[in-house]
Design a protein around this ligand. Structure first.
Ligand SMILES: *Cc1c(COP(=O)(O)O)cnc(C)c1O
Length: 377
């Protein structure tokens, strides 16, 4: 299998394994829920899930039932938790494929309880302790829901969880959330619940709450720090994804030459220019204009508007056509790209579209290619 345009994301699966094993060292007694939603934060959910499981993760987590079913279809039979809301009419499909669901709301749970389930269903009760996204807030409803779910013959309450909204920014608010979660747990008989879980990467890297059995590892597994300014690490995470392209044309432009749609860049003097086959349809958005990419170790400014499929850079000197360009990688970490775009690394990674092939490496050797658009030829 191959791909026919020199723009690709290189995924180092050894980095995924390494990051998972580092986190296991920090939390040796807990089950890692490897979060592979959104196609594994753009890395490829199936490949990342396999690497995470091999490295010791015990559970997978995705956002939607479709993502879970896609992993099942590709042959993964490990436990998977859907973190988002699942429509009641789709619950049977989840039960059939042994996928754990989130009971996020009391009305939803009431309707679930009267469904005619023929296959056992596992659920995780989601408690809103302050994020105010999914989850139950009322103490009374939580206690009633927990009791009813626990007494249902076809339902196993496999987990109880909450989600932290400020683990990378406000530890006092985080503490409030942890305390209210603990308070609620103390009112429930959780002896039959396998997993109490609340930590995301930002919490995992900083704390070890003693009352939880699971941790939900997303960004850290991909080797990135949610907020390097806020969270100090005394070990390295290894970023797994690099984004590369190659120069498709190199030419000299005269002083005053106008570059790109809208002619927004005017060459202040004569200089070399390179064309790179990546654009906003690849997830390389127009906001990158004015940032840099790496060509032969040199930082080169993106000049003119980013087009749908291509963009131009200013080169400090002539370089051969075909020269490799690093857009994200060792010299241009995703954290820096995110900072310069005014966003977070999560968004930068998820934006990389399915037109960009994912190329997988182990021991620096290419072991597989995943193209979302077509599989043969
Ligand atoms: C995405 C997500 C996570 C993972 O968060 P990271 O910061 O990437 O570790 C954990 N829990 C829930 C509910 C999520 O939606």
């Amino acid at each position: 299998m191959s791909y026919y345009r020199d723009t690709y994301a290189a995924i180092d699966l050894d980095a995924i394994s390494y990051n998972v094993s580092q986190i296991i060292k920090l939390h040796p007694s807990k089950t890692i829920f490897a979060v592979v939603k959104a196609n594994g934060y753009g890395h490829g959910d199936y490949e990342v899930a396999k690497a995470a499981i091999e490295a010791g993760a015990g559970f997978l987590a995705v956002s939607a039932l479709d993502e879970a079913l896609s992993l099942r279809q590709q042959g993964l039979d490990h436990p998977i938790l859907v973190l988002g809301m699942t429509r009641l009419r789709d619950v049977f499909q989840a039960a059939k494929y042994g996928i754990s669901l989130t009971a996020h709301d009391w009305e939803w749970t009431k309707s679930l309880l009267i469904l005619d389930l023929e296959t056992p269903l596992k659920v995780h009760l989601k408690i809103d302790t302050g994020m105010h996204r999914l989850g139950m807030t009322s103490r009374g409803e939580i206690v009633t829901a927990f009791t009813a779910l626990s007494n249902h013959p076809m339902i196993e309450t496999e987990g109880i969880y909450t989600h932290m909204s400020t683990a990378d920014s406000d530890l006092s608010y985080l503490d409030d959330q942890v305390q209210s979660f603990k308070m609620l747990l103390s009112e429930l008989d959780v002896s039959k619940v396998s997993y109490i879980h609340l930590e995301n990467t930002a919490a995992i890297l900083q704390f070890d709450f003693k009352f939880d059995q699971g941790i939900r590892l997303g960004l850290g597994m991909y080797g990135l720090n949610p907020d390097p300014g806020f969270i100090d690490l005394d070990f390295q995470l290894k970023p797994a994804l690099s984004l590369y392209s190659h120069l498709t044309q190199v030419k000299f432009i005269e002083k005053g030459s106008k570059v790109g749609y809208g002619a927004t860049y005017v060459a202040p003097e004569g200089h070399w220019l390179g064309v790179i086959p990546i654009g906003y349809a690849d997830g390389w958005i127009r906001d990158h204009q004015g940032r840099s990419v790496i060509v032969n170790g040199m930082e080169c400014e993106i000049i003119g508007r980013v087009c749908m499929d291509q963009m131009m850079v200013r080169l400090p000197q002539k370089v051969p056509m075909g020269t490799r360009v690093e857009l994200i990688g060792k010299q241009m970490p995703a954290e820096r790209v995110a900072r310069e775009l005014g966003t977070i690394p999560y968004e930068v990674l998820c934006l990389i579209s399915d037109r960009v092939p994912r190329v997988y490496f182990r021991n620096n050797e290419l072991i597989g290619i995943r193209k979302m658009r077509f599989d043969q030829l």
